[in-house]
Design a protein around this ligand. Structure first.
Ligand code: ATP
Ligand code: MG
Ligand code: FE
Length: 347
């Protein structure tokens, strides 16, 4: 069975095709082709995502990307069995584009559709890598909008152990980067600048580090970075900026590592899956690998290119659901809705 997946929850238009082995055949779903267009360059001038521009660009990109994917997989639309799309959470207008295209295509082709939770896509993205995890595992989901630790027993069985009470880790990276005068989205830029810096040059808070619970808070860190930026005045040196970037990254990473270890200890599990854009951060990977190796915990990451939003993770999540008989597909020709706010527990 072949699943065509669409992602359009924010500023990436992603399309992908995944093949699911027939029931009883064994094996794992396989990515046949994928295509992605990032709108980062378009939004950069505004320092953040402009929702209306995002929706319009998804409209422009989605069909050419779909053609590209079909061509790369050497398949025609008739050969697709199910069309999956990101139903939420995300920007309402952006979600409506992917959902509208998916449901209309499905109606024209007489195929069923399946709405997928965006975070489930992130969470299951390591299943696209050669070293896929086994269930159960602890998941650290660190993206632009979310920071959560979860216990994952199977596809569809997600128990939130703790989450951020204010900003997400990606947001902490992006907002601090902005204060340092770096372009949007600042996470990767801040991380690059930090390579030249000394994290010990600035003392920054690690909010909730000792709360004893797998919860997070990053709003105070951003305020502390702002205070330091103000102290540095109009024209800080390149070294000062690099030092502050390194200190910021070290603070975020230390909290993420400590809380992940706490969740692993609480659950007694020996597998950790890291997903979401911040999972691409090199220092986070180094520190997690080190801390987990000491404790006999295996860490799984998505491919670097699949940490941020993409269509492959949506097609894959749909494929894994189908394979397990968990997919409540919608017959062709019905209406559809998107869920801009949608807690993962309710997926
Ligand atoms: P959500 O999935 O919660 O709706 P999102 O889709 O915007 O949010 P992702 O695409 O998963 O989030 O990730 C984007 C975030 O990842 C941004 O905040 C970005 O700065 C951050 N990010 C990407 N690469 C890195 C990196 N190397 N270091 C730190 N942060 C990074
Ligand atoms: Mg994005
Ligand atoms: Fe995302």
């Amino acid at each position: 069975m072949k699943v065509l997946g669409f992602e359009s929850s924010c500023d990436e238009t992603g399309v992908a095709l995944v093949e699911v082995p027939a029931p009883g055949q064994g094996g794992v779903p396989r990515l046949l082709a994928q295509a992605l267009h990032s709108q980062i360059a378009m939004h950069q001038a505004y320092g953040g995502v402009v929702p209306e521009l995002a929706s319009r660009d998804h409209i422009r990109r989605v069909l050419p990307l779909t053609r590209e994917v079909l061509q790369a997989a050497n398949l025609s639309l008739d050969e697709v069995d199910l069309i999956a799309y990101t139903q939420g959470p995300g920007l309402a207008g952006a979600l409506l584009v992917g959902a509208g295209v998916a449901v209309s295509l499905a109606a024209a082709l007489d195929k069923p559709t399946l709405g997928i939770h965006h975070l489930e896509g992130h969470l299951l993205s390591p299943f696209l890598s050669a070293d896929a995890p086994e269930f159960p595992f602890v998941a650290l989901l660190v993206s632009g909008g979310h920071t959560q630790l979860m216990r994952v027993d199977e596809v569809g069985q997600y128990e939130i152990l703790g989450e951020t009470i204010d900003d997400a880790a990606g947001e902490a990276f992006d907002k601090s980067a902005k204060l340092l005068g770096l372009p949007y989205p600042g996470g990767p830029h801040l991380s690059r600048l930090a390579e030249q810096g000394d994290a010990a040059a600035f003392e920054l808070p690690r909010p909730l580090l000792h709360s004893g619970k797998p919860d997070f808070s990053f709003a105070g860190l951003k305020t502390a970075v702002l205070t330091q930026v103000k102290k540095l005045g109009e024209s800080p040196s390149e070294q000062q900026r690099a030092d502050l970037a390194a200190a910021t990254q070290a603070a975020i990473v230390e909290v993420l590592v400590k809380k992940s270890l706490l969740a692993l200890k609480e659950t007694g599990l020996k597998r950790l899956v890291v997903a979401g854009g911040v999972g691409a951060n090199r220092r986070l990977r180094e520190q997690l690998n080190q801390a987990c190796a000491k404790r006999g915990v295996r860490v799984h990451y998505p491919e670097l290119s699949l940490c941020t939003d993409n269509g492959a993770m949506i097609a894959m999540a749909a494929a894994l659901r189908v394979q397990r008989g968990l997919a409540q597909v919608q017959p062709p020709g019905g209406g559809f809705s998107v869920r801009p706010r949608w807690p993962l527990g309710a997926a």
